[in-house]
Design a protein around this ligand. Structure first.
Ligand SMILES: [Zn+2]
Length: 298
């Protein structure tokens, strides 16, 4: 290409990027509180969120969830290795037997979601599940990840596919591949019943940008297109209750207070909050690719 054409192309790219930038409403992504915040330091009493879904995580910011069924339970996120005995004690406090955990799965392959897998398996005998793209890094402790990790490796017993339904007997959980934050990030949907009414529950697996820039990772060349399709997918989902691995994603601290003050499970019904959070993260993603695009065009 001659120089004039390159200039013309870069002008078109800039104009296009400005256009996307200006048509998207400015939404705010949820912001993580500082390290000394009680949400990151004060242990949480385990509690029932809704129907058969329980919060068993160590802190508001270190969510782990037990989904119970007549033929065994699913534990989503095992936290850090040292959190495992606390999670196990929380499960006992709620009246469940940790030996009845049939499956363990992390929302995505980062240390705060799966460092505890190996110890949890030792303590409960549960099988470790993973999305196909996160198997390799789960098993090598993150050594080959685009953002190298250093968690305790664990052996994946079974791969779950996109759209697969994990059956727990009288309950089930559907796995949705929602990549971007990691190559194999997943979200989970469940149907909850309270007082004869059905509620759509989603547990998000993480849609924040994990490593900047978004473009140019040899180990993850499709990050940007993955993010784009994940946002489209998440926006189409019918959601009444949204949960996630980190409490700040869905205002857990405040919802927990309202729950205890007498609202019960209703404190977690928040379809508007879900839309706002997804819009916020999508905005963050768009801002990032716009700035990377502007740099390329300049
Ligand atoms: Zn992460």
């Amino acid at each position: 290409m001659v120089m004039g054409e390159v200039m013309k192309l870069s002008k078109i790219v800039s104009a296009f990027l400005f256009l996307i930038y200006s048509v998207v409403a400015m939404a705010q992504a949820p912001v993580s509180p500082p390290a000394d915040h009680p949400d990151k330091t004060e242990q949480v009493e385990p509690f029932n969120v809704i129907d058969n879904i329980y919060f068993v995580g160590r802190y508001v910011q270190e969510g782990s969830y037990l989904v119970t069924g007549s033929e065994g339970h699913l534990l989503i996120d095992t936290g850090y290795d040292e959190s495992v005995p606390i999670i196990v004690a929380n499960i006992r406090k709620l009246g469940f037997n940790p030996d009845d955990i049939k499956y363990i799965i992390g929302a995505h392959a980062h240390s705060d979601h799966l460092d505890g897998h190996a110890r949890m398996q030792e303590m409960t005998g549960a099988s470790i599940l993973s999305s196909a793209p996160d198997v390799e890094v789960t098993e090598n402790g993150g050594a080959t990840d685009f953002r190298p990790g250093n968690w305790r490796p664990s052996k994946v017993d079974r791969v779950v596919e996109d759209g697969e339904v994990i059956s727990l007997g009288d309950a089930s959980v559907t796995v949705h591949y929602t990549p971007g934050h990691t190559r194999g990030a997943v979200s989970f949907t469940m149907n909850a019943v309270e007082e004869g009414q059905n509620y759509n529950v989603i547990l998000m697996g993480g849609v924040r940008i994990a490593a900047r820039p978004v473009f140019g990772h040899p180990q993850y060349p499709n990050m940007a297109s993955d993010f784009a399709s994940t946002f489209e997918k998440l926006k189409k989902m019918p959601v009444d209750v949204y949960l996630g691995s980190h409490g700040y994603w869905y205002g857990l601290g405040e919802k927990m207070k309202r729950m205890k003050a007498g609202e019960g499970f209703r404190a977690f019904i928040d379809p508007e909050g879900y839309k706002r959070a997804i819009d916020g993260w999508q905005q963050q993603f768009i801002d990032q690719i716009v700035s990377e695009g502007m740099e390329m065009a300049n």
